[in-house]
Design a protein around this ligand. Structure first.
Ligand code: NZQ
Ligand code: ZN
Length: 390
């Protein structure tokens, strides 16, 4: 286990009815004028937005709003939010929704106090020093942005989907998490959230760092719980216990606890970001196509931890043939994805002829000659993985 510095300052307010504490939390974290950010309308239809606005009104906290954030959020909405936030002199951001909404709010939060173009942070031209504080009301367990210091935005010009990773600056001050708010999620979004949170754990689990017994067991245990709860929730979408466990799993999958002390991988995420940037597929579905292909490649190139994963997460019996163990683990992962209605190949995802040349080109343009750490992948290796996903 390497030295680490784990900082997770977010106050998680979890459980039934917790959205009624939003205004109280905004006050606690010194918000006096709020910009509410939301997506394409689910929070309007569910009545959540009205509820929160009413609460803010009753608490005497003025607010303005920015709706219409789309999944795989893009830069124009961020510019709109920065302008609105400056004009209205807001001092607190309140995203109500999922990763796309939260990530847009985080970009606005960095952009408001910055004199240059907010995109500078995504292309490593500048490092954010200041951000308007934000609090979150989460409506979908998936991206883990409610507990992470990261944001991912797509620049329409050139379709570049890039992230900013901060240590503490962009971590929300609070995250309101009521599992009941997720009952309205379509099965597809629930399942894509499941694949995303599993991927967040696996990106951390596949490491060459040794003596990771505690993080390893946390990863394996959480993955096993997600598998059980996901199968339960697909059958019973309003099962509170299953929804609650998935919601918390989505947070711990990505707030850093599962990866402490390890050199993390992230190749599958970077490879997926190219897929969702070009084809605008749901991030979790893209991951369900890429991750099994990545694992299949690793079964031949660095089998160690993949065999351990197969045994401990998928109950594949120990054997001397580690590659066979690993491949059986991949087969069980794919069967699970199918069981929750998720595609595992480009074709199943509706991409008949993926432009692999373009995917590889953009990936290495954006991420450099090598991606990932478990096995650093050059362009030939990433091409092979994209082809395995076909
Ligand atoms: O837009 P609305 O109408 O609200 O509908 C959303 C959207 O269509 C819907 N939804 C959300 N909550 C709902 C609901 N529908 C009914 N009932 C509810 N309670 O779900 C759809 C997907 O929402 P989105 O916010 O896009 O989902 P998710 O949380 O999966 O976020 C995905 C984005 O996060 C990025 C992804 O790349 C993608 O752009 N990621 C962000 C990360 C981070 N900041 O740390 C890490 C991740 O690896 C990921 O890359
Ligand atoms: Zn993800």
């Amino acid at each position: 286990m390497n030295n680490f510095d784990f900082y997770s300052p977010t106050e998680f307010v979890f459980g039934k009815g917790t959205e009624s504490r939003t205004a109280e939390l905004v006050k606690k974290y010194h918000g006096t004028k709020v910009l509410i950010v939301y997506g394409g309308g689910s929070v309007v239809r569910s009545g959540l937005l009205d509820k929160i606005k009413k609460e803010l009104d009753e608490a005497g906290i003025p607010h303005v709003e920015l709706g219409g954030v789309q999944p795989n959020p893009t830069d124009p909405k961020v510019y709109e939010g920065i302008e609105l936030g400056r004009r209205e002199q807001i001092d607190f951001l309140l995203p109500v929704g999922g990763g796309s909404v939260i990530d847009t709010a985080k970009a606005i939060a960095m952009g408001i106090p910055y004199e240059g173009d907010f995109w500078d942070f995504y292309i490593n031209k500048a490092v954010p020093q200041k951000a308007v504080p934000l609090g979150v009301v989460l409506t979908i367990p998936a991206a883990g942005s409610e507990g992470s210091g990261n944001t991912v935005i797509t620049k329409l010009d050139g379709l570049k989907k890039l992230s900013v990773r901060t240590h503490g600056l962009l971590r929300p001050t609070f995250a309101v998490m009521n599992p009941e708010l997720t009952y309205t999620l379509p099965a597809w979004q629930t399942a894509c959230g499941v694949t995303d949170m599993m991927a967040h754990i696996m990106e951390r689990y596949f490491t060459n760092t040794e003596d990771q017994e505690v993080p390893d067991r946390m990863c394996e245990g959480t993955l096993k719980a997600i598998i059980t709860e996901a199968l339960r929730v697909m059958k019973e979408p309003t099962n509170y216990g299953a929804r609650a466990n998935l919601m918390w799993a989505g947070t711990i999958a990505h707030n850093g606890t599962c990866g402490v002390g390890a050199v993390e991988d992230w190749a599958s995420h970077f490879m997926e970001h190219e897929v969702s940037a070009i084809y605008n597929v749901t991030h979790g579905a893209g991951l369900a196509v890429i991750f099994p292909a990545w694992l299949t490649y690793m079964a031949s190139h660095h089998v160690g931890k993949v065999a351990q994963y197969a045994n401990r997460v998928w109950d594949v019996p120990e054997s001397d043939d580690k590659k066979a163990m690993a491949l059986e683990g991949v087969a069980r992962l794919k069967a699970f994805f199918h069981a929750i209605g998720i595609p595992v190949t480009f074709k199943e995802l509706g991409i008949e002829h993926p432009d692999i040349d373009l995917l590889v080109k953009k990936l290495h343009e954006n991420k450099g000659q090598y991606v990932g750490c478990y096995v650093p992948l050059d362009a030939q290796a990433t091409r092979e993985i994209y082809e395995l996903a076909n």
